[in-house]
Design a protein around this ligand. Sequence first.
Ligand SMILES: [Zn+2]
Length: 464
Amino acid sequence: MSGRLTLRNVEVEGVGGLDVRLDGGRIAEIGRRLGGGGPELDGAGGALISGLIDHHVHLLALAAQADSVALDGVRDAADLAWRIGAAAAGRSPGAWLRATGYHEGVAGVLGAADLDRLAPRHALRVQHRTGALWMLNSLALGQVLGTEAPPACVELDAVGTPTGRIWRGDDWLCGRIAAAPPPLAPIGHAFAACGVTGLADASVTTDAEAAALLAAAHQAGDLPQRLMLMSAGELTAQLGMTVGPVKVLLDEHDLPDLDGLIGRIAMARRWGRRVAVHCVTAVELAVSLAAFETAGAEPGDRIEHGGVIPPAAIGALKALGLTVVTQPGFVFERGDRYLAEVAADEQDSLYRIASLIRAGVPVAASSDAPYSSPDPWPAIRAATARRTRGGGTIGTWEGVAAAQALSLWLGGFADPGGPSRRVTAGAPADLCLLAGPFAEALADPDAERVAATLIGGEVVFERA
Ligand SMILES: [Zn+2]
């Protein structure tokens, strides 16, 4: 009985007035006036498309963010103080207080003393928008630092006192803060409401414990999406998920030597896995391309972000057959900062799409949530218009037509930049029903147009 449902009057690949019969988690039949008998869902003429896959997210970080203070829209130091103060007022003294999305444009890079003034009676930790830096106040430092020498991620001043800044120390920090795992149902529901049926988690921190947490949430229906997990180390697939590429995180503050990166690619091959390298800057990309040239690239190897891709690197990406997994949403959400802070000659190379596709480089899209909004629809708009929140534009020639922008979310887990998964008999019933014809939805991409979302033939979201 699982997944038996007939969708009435939907548009499939441009053809309207069709019925789609689902059975056993798959599309059984598409045609006109199909026989019924089981449960039905009226599509009201809306387009039925494959469910979207967000090809690069950080699920546990996103879930944790749902509970914390969001600093993304903070204007200045006074606004920051108000928001932290308001959040602290709602919690008992001594409790942890977590804030995310901070940018030093607000009040500079913060140290323990700055944060003590903001929250003198709570253990405050503030995450930088990039996710690379945590800033802790004295109470928080006191809770995470032991009597032993601190690890390298803990920044020290000239006399050896911790500054409060912890660089790329998520693993260590999480191990030090005893916290209940964040609930995953809110983000599972939020993704479903946007038509997202698949999630590729790109966290280097994913280990057996994190995978078990996600698998449990998936089996409980809290996180109904199909999951693909990347990881830095070895990982065994659990029920309801696949294991993806080995994720390699480069850091321009501490670039790995070329040999080290080549070694990590070789290690991934021994595990039978592809490789996904985090490349935001031109330097990170250059090191990665050099490593792939020596170690050899395989179809399915990925460049995550491709934040800056100089013109000369496009040919190398194509020659190596690498897929670029980009975040069009950054153009909208961070574009105004890029226009103010990125050198003019580098602005032309930011978050490319059209020039890569023209050159034959496979491109897929993602949110990198929580580092941008998990809603793909504003990102589809940004991939088309290349408009920033403030009304500026970034590389308008990198914009693609809306249907092509949507297709960046429609490749499969194994081939994210490849052909779109199709709504066709035999395909898994991972589907997004839109509240109107395809052309109408794409003229104004918005999650409000998602009428229903199905995963394996089960309705996981239906708009009231
Ligand atoms: Zn990421």
